[in-house]
Design a binder for this molecule. Structure first.
Ligand code: CMC
Length: 399
């Protein structure tokens, strides 16, 4: 078959999936056939995770058994707390999360068991523990003591409890839960693709999840929600929105929270969040912030060249203010995206393994050919001479 160059893989189908469907032209997202709007309105993160993994909605009995399984896995091994304490307090939470998700493997005796049953158990652990890890790291970096999980709570409510030490109100827990539902899966997005590449080598679930966290971190992917909030903080007041956005557009800079590789229509996750975020903002005294986002949207969508390119607000644009209203630090936003997307990553890994083929595309080599190897002593004198390297005191391994 002739090979074609498809930079960014935007015209390549690299996997088959039954988890989620996206129609980027019409602005549709479905999880296993269910419209994202209905799921955001009526489902919960626990039920949505079950749906993604099992391909159908659970019965009441299945859902309560599954919820109990997740709750029983909120705790982490005590030794993992030492790993948390070994991370510099100044580390970015997404970097800490990458380390901690990887470290989970060391305390799971099934880490290298490739059976489907073990992978399903590890998926439950990964989903249950990711939010816990985020809360643990945040408390540690602020010099606060760790809080034991409350295994009677939903994953969203337990996260807020472990983060703040206060039981969240039902609307607060629901607001986070809605964000978790909306972010749980999204076709072959960059981090899911990365997870599938890793598991396709027959590596393990923890390695795939770690790969995915690292990939999600980037500002063009999961990191955009933090950048949206940073932009709002930088603007500061609705009276400054017009000038700020105009000068950004004049400099041809990207407006974070707008545009999507697949959606050339309004991101259906943003459609729901837009209304929902307003309610959350009103309930928490953050309406001025919400009004700023609405004004940004108005200005951006009034630019003919932006709309022609199919650029609309994406999920990150309105999730940012929702997370902020819940009291989350800005650098935790992407971690919440990871805690939710863990459901999709693990589901995709199991799907990949069910009909596995090593994912290994080609590169279009653009360098020279046929060069003659020159021995080192014939390559000329280096411009700067260097002294022998030595360990810095901080890196020294001697006692
Ligand atoms: N603001 C202004 N112009 C934009 C934006 C934006 N946010 N996004 C794309 N464009 C322009 C871009 O400058 C380019 O213009 P031109 O053709 O004149 O050079 C054109 O649109 C196409 O851009 P692209 O980068 O080739 O398109 P892409 O499909 O590779 O980009 C994207 C997708 C998400 C990387 C991009 O829209 C972007 O950088 N958005 C801001 C970051 C962001 O909000 N990311 C979160 C995505 S949603 C969460 C997730 O699912 O990961």
């Amino acid at each position: 078959m002739p090979l074609i160059v498809d930079k960014g893989l935007g015209n390549t189908i690299a996997a088959e999936t039954t988890l989620s469907f996206i129609d980027g032209v019409k602005g549709v997202l479905e999880y296993v056939g269910y419209d994202i709007d209905s799921l955001a309105r009526y489902s919960t993160f626990e039920e949505t995770t079950w749906l993604l993994w099992h391909g159908h909605l659970p019965t009441a009995q299945e859902l309560s058994a599954f919820t109990r399984q997740l709750q029983s896995e909120y705790c982490v091994d005590r030794r993992l707390l030492d790993v948390v304490r070994a991370i510099p307090r100044t580390a970015a939470p997404m970097d800490a999360l990458r380390t901690l998700v990887s470290a989970l493997a060391h305390f799971d005796t099934e880490a290298d068991d490739p059976s489907l049953a073990a992978n399903e158990r590890k998926s439950i652990r990964l989903v249950a523990k990711t939010a816990t890890l985020v809360a643990l790291f945040d408390r540690y970096r602020k010099g606060k003591s760790f809080i034991e999980p409350d295994c009677s709570l939903s994953l969203a409510a337990n996260f807020l409890w472990m983060l703040t030490g206060a039981k969240p109100t039902a609307p607060m827990a629901r607001a986070l839960d809605v964000c978790l539902v909306l972010h749980a899966d999204h076709g072959l997005n960059a981090s899911t693709f990365a997870a599938r590449v890793t598991i396709s080598t027959q590596s393990d679930m923890y390695s795939a999840a770690t790969t995915a966290v690292g990939t999600l971190k980037g500002p063009l992917h999961g990191g955009a929600n933090q950048e949206v909030m940073e932009m709002l903080v930088e603007i500061g007041d609705i009276s400054k929105v017009d000038g700020y956005i105009a000068s950004k557009l004049a400099r041809k800079e990207r407006i974070m929270g707008f545009g999507h590789r697949v959606y050339k229509a309004y991101d259906p996750r943003a459609t729901y969040l837009k209304t929902f975020a307003k309610q959350v903002a009103a309930d928490t005294g953050n309406l001025p912030l919400y009004e700023m986002t609405r004004r940004i949207e108005e200005i951006v969508l009034a630019q003919p060249n932006i709309v022609e390119k199919g650029i609309f607000p994406n999920v990150d644009f309105y999730s940012a203010t929702t997370y902020y209203a819940l009291g989350l630090d800005l650098d935790l936003f992407t971690c919440m995206f990871a805690a939710s997307r863990m459901a999709g990553w693990t589901g995709h890994c199991i799907e990949q393994l069910a009909a596995n083929k090593l994912i290994r595309p080609h590169a279009d080599y653009r360098g020279p050919h046929g060069l003659t190897y020159q021995p080192l002593d014939q390559r000329g004198v280096p411009e700067t001479s260097s002294t022998s390297p030595s360990c810095s005191a901080a890196m020294s391994v001697t006692a």
